[in-house]
Design a protein around this ligand. Structure first.
Ligand code: 7TS
Length: 393
């Protein structure tokens, strides 16, 4: 059996999305900016796709949705855009508040901007992986221009207080951006109820194609271009539009919004069943209270077992999980979110992330529970640190 439990890294494409995209590789391959029939023929589908994105986010089409190549580009566009448009014009306001557990697409960009005089305050999570809205508010100074805070964390699934922080930002006249990559399709993301200036998303996290993403920009909060060139996207991002992928992202986003209920019933039940079974294993810690997490995610630490050893053991049985973000996996570093949470450094090395999707089945979860328990027994029996800890403990 093969079981894919790494849906926070990427997801399988929804079969309906794949079917919808197909004609745009074949007969409908025109450039939408061309004036001939080939160009004209693809434009309605682009408009439909954009409409699906506006509806899914609950925003009027007088706001902007910028199509990008991925969430990384969206995050870069916001941070570098705010730098060019606001900070360079008024260096008195050069302070950005964020969290210490953002994706590298935020953290590395802020590190880069720091070399150009941008001051950044990183707010830490507590032992549950939660962000306290008060800590964000207290980090703000009269120099703060932007707060950027993810909607849900990719490692723990913990949901951050976007509603409270965005309302605070508005009151203080500070720009607010949220990286909602891990929230869309898992929890309700309705911008008619929550007022944000910028929001990042990426199609491949909600059963759309890879290599396409978006940035929602509230009316009046326009940013300068990152890519200069042609007049595509109303001159806001140059480069020929990837029609097939935009069409795919539109339908995937509509499907994602329509399946939030399924995620919070069917997927949540499967996740909880898996979590309950794994918690029966002695010396395991699951980070964060369930009801504060996205319904598909478990970050578990198994004392005495290196995350990587467990990963390879599961992989041999056809189960795909991760020790954390695939973006950091090449360096085999300790899980950075666990490091931020833990007083206990061992936690960071023993962390494993299991992330489900609406395509995960009950049979798969039963299989994972059996394989997981057997792997823990085997690996702990050969773990010298675990034996030692147990002897002295
Ligand atoms: N932001 C968040 C919160 C993410 O989780 C990711 C990808 C990105 C941005 C980047 O998305 P991309 O489309 O530009 O690649 N996160 C992960 C992960 O957790 N494991 O693999 C990729």
């Amino acid at each position: 059996m093969r079981v894919y439990l790494d849906n926070n890294a990427t997801t399988k494409i929804d079969p309906l999305v794949k079917v919808k995209m197909q004609p745009f590789f074949e007969e409908l391959y025109g450039n939408p900016n061309s004036l001939h029939k080939y160009g004209m023929d693809v434009r309605p589908a682009l408009n439909t796709a954009l409409g699906e994105m506006y509806d899914a986010l609950g925003v009027p089409d007088t706001d902007d949705i910028l199509i990008t190549s991925c969430a990384t580009e969206s995050n870069n566009t916001v941070l570098k855009g705010v730098f060019f448009k606001y900070i360079l014009q008024n260096p008195e306001k050069n302070h950005i508040v964020t969290t210490s557990v953002e994706h590298p697409a935020i953290l590395e960009t802020l590190l880069f901007l720091n070399d150009y005089g941008v001051d950044v305050t990183y707010v830490d999570v507590d032992e549950d992986g939660a962000i306290n809205a008060e800590d964000i508010k207290n980090a703000v100074t009269d120099k703060t221009i932007l707060i950027t805070m993810m909607w849900a964390n990719n490692e723990t699934g913990m949901i951050f207080p976007v509603e409270e922080v965005s309302a605070f930002a508005k009151e203080k006249n500070i720009l607010f951006h949220t990286d909602a990559v891990q929230a869309i399709g898992k929890i309700k993301v309705d911008l008619s109820a929550i007022d944000v200036d910028y929001l990042t998303f990426s199609a491949h996290k909600f059963h759309g194609p890879k290599g396409i993403g978006g940035l929602y920009v509230k009316k009046g909060k326009q940013l300068p271009n990152l890519l200069h060139g042609g007049e595509q996207m109303g001159g806001k991002r140059a480069g020929t539009l990837n029609v097939a992928y935009i069409v795919g992202m539109g339908l995937a986003m509509k499907q994602a919004a329509n399946h939030v209920e399924v995620m919070n019933t069917y997927v949540r039940t499967l996740r909880d069943r898996l979590e309950d079974a794994l918690k029966e294993i002695p010396d395991t810690i699951v980070v964060g209270p369930r009801d504060k997490r996205t319904p598909n995610t478990i970050l578990i630490s198994l004392r005495g077992i290196e995350g990587e050893s467990m990963l390879w053991d599961l992989n041999k049985s056809g189960i795909a999980a991760s020790t954390g973000s695939a973006c950091a996996s090449e360096s085999l570093e300790a899980n950075p979110v666990m490091s931020a949470i833990g007083e206990d450094p061992e936690l960071a090395h023993t962390a494993m992330r299991l992330s489900l999707s609406r395509f995960t089945t009950a049979e798969e979860i039963d299989y994972v529970i059996d394989v997981f328990k057997a792997a823990v027994l085997r690996l702990r029996s050969i773990s010298s640190t675990y034996a030692y800890t147990n002897e002295v403990g």
